[in-house]
Design a protein around this ligand. Structure first.
Ligand SMILES: Nc1ncnc2c1ncn2[C@@H]1O[C@H](COP(=O)(O)OP(=O)(O)OP(=O)(O)O)[C@@H](O)[C@H]1O
Ligand SMILES: [Mg+2]
Length: 410
């Protein structure tokens, strides 16, 4: 009998906390979603980072109890992700001499070179969360994905280190522990989780970017030749659009949020409709209960100017990261903020690349892109169980032993 396992993923976002319980027979492609829960508000989180763990713990407890009451599912452990502008990357290199007399590279040599590449001068309040080997170099020969068993004298590596401001990680751990839960496996960087959900291995190989538009953050991650090249988390997202609408239309945040979701769009094909007298008719939106009346075009202008600002930042960084890579698989948009009608066309213009929305293929029942980061966390959890965690971050070698390496950090 194939082994069936059940995992729970928890994504504490700036606007809402989401939870997915999934069941899977290991090594089979199908995932059965046993529960999907959301608290449609958030407390204690700002720009993707937990600043008040106690408040967040209450929300997590609420989700935990809801799950038990409504579905009879009792959870003890959750897979969790981490995000925010304090999640950052560093590039580093390592160099060791091959130790065996026959000059064949061993697992131990690989571990030593990965360890050497983590000897970076990080301030004491920052720590390495993940180590992603980009390539190994054996006696000057570049581009080696797995050097195990190759012959050589000098073993070098190039890695991407994912680092975090320790306090942000501590707050996440505290919030989950205070809610009476434990963290399963390792905390997963959100940009990797989003990418895990919406990208295929072929896209990662070709070259592709993922833009996850959340409420308080927007993240950009770029893949090429199967590896994550780099990512950036920007401290702005779809909540900024809501705030702009609230100011522009002089209304409350909750009303602005409703307006954005119901009427926000880049597609105004009907805006050029002419009146009988030949004047261009501006379609208006009336919300009598709020005493609001405004033209669709004015709403579009508010949204467009904020999205332009966000996409401009992302496009600048995309150029920096991708350099000469052309990204034939284009840009994949995800996150709750990607639901704005017409955003794809707008993205195409701004990024000068093909732009798509994508769904997690292994979990086709999920329709809402706001759940895709959570889906990626769940999928990463199953990857851990199946021993292929590298699926998330490329073809690199699993760096499970990184916790041990922390002791080597200055
Ligand atoms: N249909 C929609 N149209 C426009 N915006 C939407 C729609 N649905 C959701 N959003 C926006 O998406 C955002 C929520 O997305 P998501 O759940 O991915 O963010 P989050 O995870 O809470 O935040 P972050 O990842 O930044 O911490 C909100 O700002 C919300 O207004
Ligand atoms: Mg999010």
């Amino acid at each position: 009998m194939p082994k069936s396992i059940t995992l729970t993923a928890l994504d504490i976002g700036t606007s809402s906390s989401k939870l997915l319980v999934g069941q899977k027979e290991l090594y089979s492609p199908n995932i059965n979603i046993l529960a999907k829960e959301e608290i449609p508000y958030s407390v204690g989180v700002r720009r993707g980072e937990i600043y008040d763990p106690q408040k967040v713990a209450e929300n997590i407890s609420f989700l935990k109890n809801k799950l038990q009451k409504s579905k009879g599912i009792k959870i003890k452990k959750v897979l969790a992700n981490i995000s925010g502008p304090h999640l950052f990357t560093l590039r580093s290199q390592g160099l060791v001499s091959v130790s065996r007399a026959d000059k064949k590279i061993s697992q131990e040599d690989i571990q030593r070179v990965l360890q050497a590449s983590q000897s970076v001068n990080l301030p004491s309040n920052k720590e390495i969360l993940e180590v992603l080997p980009q390539e190994f170099i054996v006696d000057g020969q570049r581009g080696i994905k797995n050097p195990l068993g190759l012959e050589g004298i000098r073993l070098e590596d190039e890695v991407l280190l994912i680092c975090i401001f320790s306090l942000v990680l501590e707050h996440l751990e505290t919030a989950i522990l205070e809610a009476g839960l434990e963290i399963e496996e390792e905390v997963i960087p959100s940009p990797l989780a989003s990418a895990r959900a919406v990208l295929s291995p072929e896209q990662k190989e070709l070259g592709v970017a993922v833009v996850d538009i959340g409420a308080g953050t927007t993240s950009l991650s770029v893949f090429n030749e199967g590896n994550l090249i780099d990512f950036t988390v920007f401290p702005m997202g779809s909540a900024n659009i809501t705030n702009d609408i609230a100011i522009g239309l002089r209304t409350e945040i909750a009303t602005a949020e409703r307006i954005k979701r119901e009427f926000g769009s880049f597609d105004l094909s009907s805006r050029k409709r002419k009146t009988k007298k030949g004047k261009i008719k501006k379609e208006r939106i009336e919300i009598p209960e709020e005493g609001l009346s405004f033209s669709k075009i004015s709403l579009k202008n508010i949204i467009e100017s904020r999205v332009s600002e966000i996409f401009l930042e992302v496009a600048k960084d995309l150029k920096r990261i991708s350099k000469k890579t052309i990204l034939p698989a284009g840009v994949i948009l995800t996150g709750g903020g990607a639901s704005l009608p017409g955003l794809i066309k707008f993205g195409k213009q701004k990024f000068e690349l093909p732009c798509y929305l994508a769904k997690p293929e292994e979990i086709p029942v999920l329709e809402d892109p706001a759940f895709y980061t959570c889906a990626g966390v769940l999928l990463s959890g199953f990857d851990f169980q199946e021993g292929k965690r590298e699926k998330i971050a490329g073809e690199g070698i699993k760096t499970k032993f990184k916790k041990i390496f922390k002791i080597f950090l200055p």
